[in-house]
Design a protein around this ligand. Sequence first.
Ligand SMILES: C[S@@+](CC[C@H](N)C(=O)[O-])C[C@H]1O[C@@H](n2cnc3c(N)ncnc32)[C@H](O)[C@@H]1O
Length: 194
Amino acid sequence: MHDHKLFRPERAAVLEDQGRLQVQLGEDELADLLALRGDEDVADLGSGTGFYTDRVAHLTTGTVYAVELQPEMLAIHREKGPPANVRHVLGDVDDLPLPPASIDVALSIITFHETRGASTMRRLYDAMRPGGRLLIVDWRRDPADDAEGPPLEFRYAKEEVSELLAPFFVTERAENVGRYLFAVVAKRADLPHS
Ligand SMILES: C[S@@+](CC[C@H](N)C(=O)[O-])C[C@H]1O[C@@H](n2cnc3c(N)ncnc32)[C@H](O)[C@@H]1O
């Protein structure tokens, strides 16, 4: 965990700004990138106040694990009254507290740059069932302008993210989203047992 990069609970209201759906990631774009069948178990890695978690929970009848390091964030999410299929998991996504083969899909929205990134991948691979998929949305290094987001030096290029995911995940899509973000969609690799 990189403490200085951590999004502070005092700024939680920023995460609840409905304008994010226009400026950052819209509901239709999220649904398109996730491409859920509708019965998957999902992990939201660094779920914050659950702004996107709750929207994902409406796209599946499976369990949506909201994995979050800061208890204050989970408390705010809980107060909002999340959908019944959301489960809060207090923990570090870099040391993923989910059992092997417990999820089908994982997503990380504007959180990857706050984590240790690549070191998360082995545990995530193990937690995911065969055929699983991963969506990472984060701040671009080359945004349309620098009006929003963390300092440029904290950010990744989408090509770098694809490299960091390998060999555990194989990138299927890597594209810009809106003015500020990129999305990488990857599928769980079919590795021999190790
Ligand atoms: C910028 S916020 C985004 C929250 C949410 N994904 C959203 O888009 O609304 C990043 C969140 O990730 C959490 N986070 C950062 N590093 C984490 C880690 N290693 N494990 C779990 N959560 C983490 C922070 O506490 C914060 O709530």
